[in-house]
Design a protein around this ligand. Structure first.
Ligand code: ADP
Ligand code: MG
Ligand code: MG
Length: 906
């Protein structure tokens, strides 16, 4: 075990130009802490404070609370003295108390996933001192009741009893509001706030059996440890899981002097973005609330107002508020505090230029003075990601390479999802209007609780407001609809990060959790009813609305073109039919890396001929059945070649076990017997004969072609005749014939012989020729080992990484469902090897196979096909291994193109 010493620096201070940290130190200080230090250095007003490093979180998880307090005590005390000096207040003093915020902050931002406590340091005595000092009794008691509420839920574990119940503190608040017949928190009197404090404390005592802590130091350590604990809270764990964040990173803790947005009408708090996080357009935007603290905006307690005048006018249009009412009740910050607005506008410009990326900022205005509380690279949708990267390049803030590296390849997936068909949209009935928080087209059945999102295959999560607890359900749902909350609520931020369609603040919805209903204009919608969300306009629509494929133009096309400029590795697609080939080509595939012939056999007329072939008891009978299949296969190939128009097409000979093609139900077996004029018994016994214990390791791949060479003959003939017939039409075809599942050289050589002999026959018959090549898949580990020998004969290799993974691990992919999820959860495997190529093991075989193959055949072309061909980290590995091309499903071609370009640039 590591020996923990006091000499290591565990606490870094910030707040002026001499801050200890900088934005380079995200791993140690967390993103929030590093950026607070960086802003301090830039001269931006940040309340002073200090960061306890992420390493301490790991020490805490290993050693526990007391040990960690011992290690930190002196440094923390010294840092607090520094804040006291700076602020002219004293921590724990009753007359002139220093109040603190205690905030989490991991290396990468996990918005809302961990906990924050504000106004720490208040107690029954200092609240009176604070009231006197500020001459603002209301403010002091408002801060105190907020502190008890936050500390109660974060540190003391005050949670709602069941999911249908409200938060215990919110319940008390609602009760009081009802009694006093008021709507907003801002309407509470001093007496009301004092009552709340009393009732809150009472509720804490009843639920936890303990008194609310009065001692500020006890409060501080409690909050620091709670932040460490929140790293292992359910939300944070789930967020890490879906975003692939390692659990050993830990969170830092930021302790900072409070600044107050709740001091009256000259105070406010808000969140802003330097560009639009939904669309990417270059418009400063954000939301704020007067006389409030930060959590009010992000948690959707009150409907926030827009920062810019333009945003405010647009918001009013959506909310159908007329201009007079807007100016009176929902004015923008730009209008009511123009000087502060200008200052904020300038900082956002400075910060975006400094970080050279879109920033998501938090700010608070205390009695006319602006403070910046956070900045980070903002979460954004896939569309916004592309637009912002291209715009920053145009504006000269990023180089071409840097712009390319700003793209998260997997996020491009969002852009490829279907959009609503405009014609269907016109006919659709709009039931409510909300804020377009995250674009997209979602259709699904209503659910009211996050943990019920899996109830339906397509569900729409409908909530009064979502909280970070709902993360898992939000991820499962097709779309999210909330009655309350703005564009900057945690829910909206998280939805945009996920690329999930979200409409927030649809105020006309009346949601009843107990009855599980949503009512709009008197019409009641129940759980399970279908609705659709248009996340680009904020329209909530009744029923299902038809969708169509998106058009990929504009910035998307630009970024793809840019990627082609740097990319050296080819990207092909796996496509079995002309339709997929067309999609692949439109997404920029430069060939087909895998055309599986067996899928062509499953269509009605073909499966019959196929079955006839399988059931034939003689070679003659088999050949007759194959004769019937020949023209059909030829036509398939002709169509694919025609689409690909001269680009290479790798066709794999028949691969799956024959068992997959015969009928297993009595009725179909009977039909087949009648069709073929044989007895039902004969069909049944053939089906039984084909059954295998381990079909994946059985009679399949080239083992079929080597036992039934007539199949290989027919397929070769179909491929070459197709190419010849296109040649006559003046269309080039470039067939590459691929032998599957080779494990020994002879297996390949035998098949190669059949192919070459057939080719010669066909060319003689046609008195014409076409170029073609013969290669093999490397998917049996033995083939990778003897790759040198195989490459003496084969013209190309294609690593079939699905089967190769299966056989290297000895996991049957079809049965892995029983243990893989548990392995992943327990960390026995770091990632699903069928999704992310196992570079350590399977990767060695790929590397070795490539090296040995190239050593004996320097012209050897090497590719990979399989799911991994479209997975960014695997694509990068392929690039480093010197592979010529990756081949993936058509919809992942753009992702692979970007990933391949990024690998080259890195
Ligand atoms: P998250 O990571 O969930 O955004 P934060 O640590 O940023 O959590 O805190 C949440 C909110 O608390 C912020 O939006 C901010 O408004 C408020 N807050 C945090 N620190 C302070 C502070 N020192 N003074 C005033 N408000 C603060
Ligand atoms: Mg924050
Ligand atoms: Mg295979």
């Amino acid at each position: 075990m590591e020996i923990l010493t006091k000499t290591k620096k565990r606490v870094y201070t910030f707040g002026d130009k001499n801050a200890d940290g900088s934005s380079e130190m995200k791993n140690l200080l967390g993103g929030k802490g590093a950026n607070l230090a960086e802003m301090s250095r830039l001269g931006i007003p940040v309340p002073p404070g200090f960061t306890i490093t992420t390493e301490v979180c790991t020490e805490y998880n290993g050693q526990g609370r007391d040990m960690v307090i011992g290690l930190l005590e002196e440094e923390v005390a010294a840092s607090i003295r520094k804040i006291e000096k700076n602020m002219g207040t004293q921590f724990g003093d009753n007359e002139n108390p220093l109040l603190l915020s205690v905030r989490s902050g991991a290396r990468v931002s996990m918005p809302g996933m961990m906990d924050t406590v504000l106004n720490l340091g208040l107690n029954d005595d200092s609240v009176i001192g604070l009231a006197k000092k500020t001459n603002n009794e209301r403010f002091a008691w408002d801060s105190y009741r907020r502190f008890i509420q936050m500390y109660g839920s974060v540190v003391l574990g005050m949670k709602p009893a069941t999911k249908e119940d409200e938060d215990p503190f919110e319940e008390i608040i609602d009760h009081l509001k009802e009694k006093r017949r008021i709507e907003h928190d801002t309407q509470f009197t001093v007496q009301d706030l004092q009552d709340l404090v009393y009732d809150f404390k009472d509720s804490v005592k009843k639920k936890t059996g303990r008194n609310f802590p009065n001692n500020p130091w006890e409060q501080l350590w409690g909050a620091v440890m709670a932040v460490f604990d929140s790293w292992n809270g359910n939300r944070a764990i789930y967020y890490r899981k879906i975003n692939g964040i390692p659990s050993d990173w830990g969170t830092a803790v930021n302790v900072q002097a409070m600044v107050f947005g709740n001091m009256g009408d000259n105070s406010a708090t808000g969140v802003c973005f330097t560009r639009d996080a939904a669309t990417g357009s270059n418009e400063f935007n954000g939301e704020y609330l007067v006389n409030a603290q930060g959590e009010d905006v992000v948690a959707g307690v009150r409907t926030p107002q827009q920062i810019t005048k333009l945003g405010s006018i647009r918001w009013a249009e959506l909310a159908q508020t007329d201009e007079d009412e807007r100016r009176k009740n929902y004015p923008s910050l730009e209008e009511i505090m123009p000087k502060i607005y200008t200052e904020l506008f300038n900082y956002q410009e400075v910060l975006e230029k400094h970080y050279r990326d879109m920033q998501d900022m938090e700010f608070t205005i205390q009695d006319g003075k602006l403070w910046i509380l956070q900045t980070r690279n903002g979460k954004r949708t896939g569309a916004a990601m592309v637009k912002i990267a291209v715009d920053l390049l145009r504006e000269g803030l990023l180089s071409e390479k840097e712009a390319l590296l700003k793209i998260e390849p997997n996020k491009l997936d969002e852009l490829l999802h279907p959009v609503f068909d405009p014609k269907a949209l016109k006919r659709a009935h709009v039931i409510a209007q909300g804020l377009p928080a995250s674009p997209g087209a979602a259709t699904g059945q209503i659910v009211f609780f996050a943990d019920e999102a899996k109830k339906f295959k397509n569900s729409i999560l409908v909530r009064i407001e979502t909280s970070p607890e709902d993360l898992e359900g939000m991820n499962l749902a097709k779309g999210i609809l909330t009655a309350r909350g703005g564009m900057t609520s945690h829910a909206a931020v998280v939805a945009r990060g996920m690329g999930k369609c979200c409409i927030s603040g649809a105020g006309a919805l009346k949601i009843n959790y107990k009855k599980r209903t949503m009512t709009v204009d008197g019409k009641v919608y129940h759980e399970g009813d279908w609705i659709s969300l248009n996340g680009s306009t904020g329209n909530v629509l009744e029923g299902k609305v038809a969708t169509m494929e998106p058009e990929l133009t504009g910035e998307f096309a630009e970024i793809m073109a840019l990627s082609d400029k740097f990319r050296t590795m080819e990207v092909r697609a796996n496509a079995d039919n002309p339709k997929d080939a067309k999609i692949a080509k439109s997404f920029g595939a430069t060939g087909i890396g895998l055309a599986r012939t067996e899928h062509m056999f499953f269509e009605v007329d073909r499966i019959k001929a196929m079955r006839e072939m399988i059931l034939a008891s003689t070679v003659k009978g088999r050949k007759a059945a194959l004769e019937d299949l020949l023209p059909m296969q030829r036509k398939d190939f002709e169509e694919i070649f025609e689409v690909m128009n001269g680009l290479p097409v790798t066709i794999r000979l028949l691969d799956p076990p024959l068992h997959e093609f015969v009928p297993h139900q009595l009725a179909t077996q009977k039909e087949l017997a009648e069709d073929l004029h044989i007895s039902l018994g004969a069909v049944k016994s053939k089906v039984a004969e084909l059954e295998e214990f381990n079909p994946m390791l059985g009679h399949r791949g080239c083992r079929l072609g080597n036992t039934y060479p007539e199949i290989t003959e027919m397929q070769t003939r179909a491929i070459l005749e197709a190419a010849l017939s296109l040649k006559q039409k003046g269309i080039a075809a470039k067939p590459e014939i691929m032998v599957p599942l080779v494990g020994t050289v002879s297996e390949f050589v035998e098949q190669e012989k059949v192919i070459r002999e057939t080719a010669q026959l066909v060319f003689e018959e046609y008195d014409d020729k076409v170029d073609f090549s013969i290669g093999t898949m490397i998917e049996v580990p033995r083939a990778a080992l003897i790759a040198g020998e195989i490459a003496n004969r084969a013209e190309f290799f294609s690593f079939g990484t699905n089967d190769l993974t299966q056989m290297t691990f000895g996991y049957s992919r079809d049965d892995a469902g029983k243990f893989l999820p548990i392995y992943l959860e327990k960390g026995i495997l770091a990632a699903d090897p069928f999704e992310i190529l196992d570079q350590e093991g399977v990767g060695q075989l790929v590397e070795m196979g490539t090296k040995r193959g190239r050593a004996s055949n320097s012209d050897l072309k090497v590719g990979i096909c399989g799911e991994h061909g479209g997975e960014p980290s695997s694509v990068e590995f392929c690039y480093q291994t010197g592979i010529n091309y990756v081949s993936c499903s058509p919809f992942r071609v753009p992702i692979a193109r970007i990933a391949a370009a990024q690998a080259a640039v890195k």
